[in-house]
Design a protein. Structure first.
Length: 192
């Protein structure tokens, strides 16, 4: 009977040994697959978006890993295309903003120059009309005086308009700041 126990023991031992060898082989294959996957992931991490794994022992894992790498690669390409599109739009917007700033500056300069250049001759005309009305160049009849007063009134309105344009330009340039203070308005209303 001891012989049977010994034979059973040998059979169990051989079975255990075979199982161990099979498990060890599977472990080596798994370790090899994991190593290949690790290298592929590391390559992808450092910019190789076209990485793929080949000759894995487990074809299901190989197929799944390659699909994952393709998906990441596709997403990376889509992100780069989107970044390029955004960059182009940003450049277009910057160009438009620059053009608008240049146009605004040209408009402001034109307005300031126009208003200033118009103010000088209008003041000269006002002074001439005042001299004529004061009689410095000789006596005027009633109709001449009436026409000169109308001209003086029109020129004064034109001068006021030009000064308003200049003031508006100055306010735009200085960005007007309001100082809020508490006031009692009853005396002001009573005075009015």
């Amino acid at each position: 009977m001891l012989e049977y126990v010994f034979i059973i023991f040998i059979i169990i031992f051989i079975g255990f040994l075979v199982n161990s060898i099979l498990i060890f082989r599977k472990y080596k294959k798994l370790k090899s697959d994991i190593s290949k996957l690790y290298i592929a992931v590391k390559r992808m991490r450092y910019g190789d978006i076209n990485v793929r794994v080949d000759n894995l022992n487990n074809k299901k894992i190989e197929s799944a890993a390659n699909r994952l790498f393709e998906t990441i690669s596709d997403r990376e390409i889509m992100i780069k295309e989107y970044q390029t599109t955004l960059s182009n739009k940003n450049l277009s917007l910057e160009k438009i903003i620059k053009q608008e700033k240049e146009l605004r500056l040209l408009k402001e300069e034109f307005t300031a120059t126009l208003a200033h250049d118009m103010k000088v001759p209008v003041i000269a005309e006002l002074n001439s009309l005042n001299y004529l009305l004061e009689g410095r160049f000789g006596a005027l009849n009633e109709k001449q005086t009436e026409i000169l007063k109308l001209m003086l009134s029109s020129n004064q309105e034109l001068k006021d308009l030009i000064e308003n344009m200049l003031e508006t330009y100055k306010l735009d340039e200085k960005s007007l700041q309001l100082n809020v203070t508490a006031n009692i308005i009853n005396p002001f209303i009573e005075d009015i």
